[in-house]
Design a protein around this ligand. Structure first.
Ligand code: UD1
Ligand code: CA
Length: 467
């Protein structure tokens, strides 16, 4: 139980120079979400402090627009003069706050709520003015090193660029995460100077200030260095992506999903997959995709923002976007469901069939080589191989309506707008330009002629010419 009021500050004003990007670092995608969303969502959904303040500077407008949630208070740091300066600008919104402030970095997205809550409890329980979250790293390069006194208390943090050779050998590093008591924080920041290798105001310099004022400084160790890795480069971004992807896969497997080759499966954290579904290698599940029970997905399927029912099969090399598939349907191999497609129960979409913005009724089959766009297809319809809805006249899109139990023969062009009545049959090779009444046979092709003995006659003609 937390005893005192608390607020969170997330630092996100830096450009992230080491990313070498035109896009500000915290907006880079990490497993399908912006890097900063991880810390922001952690605060809003799990930690729920009294206030969440995000410090922005580089591409401030872009970041604000990306996070429209009204529970976030943005504060602008006009010039990026260092982490100490960044936190100082939050005085405008937290200057009168009396409580604990948890300071996070937007570039440390793997941190968990559990660690942070334990840290805040420890900090408040100890009655500390400042608690530093630290970790031991085999390779501490790039991080600020934690300098402790003889009694083991934290004296200061020295940045890589300012550290002596001996200090660089220290493997305990600053994670950039702190708990600080509010009135003390802003007083201490007033004393921080920028006379260091980077000419910046360093936030960790408030430790020295606390010691001068005889305030209690504590450290809270976190065991897993990966949880507190800071992302500064593209290589670190890739490492974080792998770690997060593995967390998601472990969770999905815990919930009863089988994966043959988990490392080859990419699942964004916003997806949900129910039990006894099998995911074969090389699948990509993105966005708000929900997959029901007992499905078989892949190998090599990509499903984005779609709802898939129970016992659905999505076969080899199939792509499904923003669509909805009912129970027992089969899609693929090599199918493409484009946005706003709905497959009814037990429907079948087969090889090289593309569906766009269409309703396909229960039990309906389109098994080979078709394009179905802007169509409303009833139940138990058979769409023959090579059927095309000609939905576009070069200027406008038109709808095709095919009622229940229609049989569409192979290689048919359905020129929309068009309605085909229930139970009608369309002869193979037809070009259908007019509505077809229910239970009619529509033939829209030139009648076949067979010229008797034509081949024999040709032979004779040829011989005549030679002779
Ligand atoms: C910082 C710490 C270092 C620690 C490491 C952990 C300082 C001086 N150093 O170093 O001790 O080991 O984090 O990952 O704090 N930012 C601003 N405004 C600024 C500067 C930075 O908002 O003027 C933000 C950045 O956008 C970023 C965060 O603060 O989200 C950290 O800045 P960064 O430059 O990455 O600090 P590090 O060098 O990694
Ligand atoms: Ca960093």
């Amino acid at each position: 139980m937390l005893m005192k009021k608390w607020a969170v500050i997330i630092m996100a004003a830096g450009k992230g120079k080491r990313m070498r990007s035109d896009l500000v670092k915290v907006l880079h995608p990490l497993l399908g979400k912006m890097m900063l969303s991880y810390t922001v969502e952690l605060c809003l959904e799990e930690l729920q402090p009294e206030k969440v303040v995000v410090i922005v500077g580089h591409q401030a407008r872009k970041i604000r627009d990306a996070f429209p949630d009204r529970r976030i208070t943005f504060v602008e740091q006009q010039e990026q003069l260092g982490t100490g300066h960044a936190v100082a600008v939050t005085e405008s919104v937290l200057g009168t706050f009396a409580g604990t402030i948890l300071i996070l970095s937007g570039d440390t997205p793997l941190i968990t709520a559990q660690t942070l809550l334990e840290m805040v409890q420890y900090h408040q329980g100890q009655g500390a003015a400042l608690t530093l979250l630290t970790v031991y790293r085999e390779d501490p390069i790039g991080y600020g090193r934690v300098i402790r006194g003889a009694a083991g208390t934290v004296h200061r943090v020295v940045e890589e660029q300012d550290a002596s050779k001996r200090e660089r050998e220290i493997t305990e590093v600053n994670t950039g995460i702190y708990c600080v008591e509010a009135p003390f924080l802003y007083q201490a920041l007033g004393t921080v100077r920028s006379d260091n290798a980077q000419g910046e105001y360093y936030l960790p310099d408030i430790i020295a200030s606390a010691r001068r004022k005889k305030k209690k400084v504590k450290s809270f160790p976190v065991a897993d260095p990966l949880e507190v890795m800071g992302i500064n480069t593209r290589a670190e971004l890739a490492v974080a992506e792998q770690l997060l992807a593995d967390r998601v896969r472990q969770q999905v497997m815990t919930e009863g999903v089988t994966m043959q080759d988990p490392a080859s499966v990419y699942i964004e954290p916003s997806c949900r997959i129910e039990k006894d579904t099998i995911i074969y290698p090389n699948c990509y599940l993105r966005g708000k995709t929900v997959i029901g029970e007992g499905c078989r997905i892949g190998p090599q399927a990509e499903i984005s923002d779609s709802r898939i029912g129970d016992r659905v099969q999505v076969k080899f090399c199939t792509m499904i976007t923003d669509s909805w598939i009912d129970d027992d349907a089969v899609v693929g191999p090599f199918s493409h469901l484009r946005p706003d497609s709905h497959l009814g129960k037990g429907a079948k979409i087969g090889n090289f069939v593309e569906v766009k913005k269409s309703r396909i009724g229960p039990g309906t089959k389109a098994n080979h080589l078709s394009y179905i766009g802007d169509a409303e297809i009833g139940a138990e319809v058979n769409i023959g191989a090579g059927t095309i809805t000609c939905n576009y006249d070069g200027q406008h899109k038109h709808r095709t309506v095919i009622e229940d139990k229609v049989f569409v023969g192979s290689n048919t062009a359905l020129v929309a707008p068009l309605t085909i009545g229930a139970g009608a049959v369309i002869a193979a090779g037809s070009t259908v330009t007019k509505d077809v009444p229910p239970y009619a046979l529509a033939v829209g092709r030139t009648r076949q002629k067979s010229l008797k003995k034509w081949v024999v006659k040709r032979e004779k003609r040829n011989k005549g010419r030679q002779g």
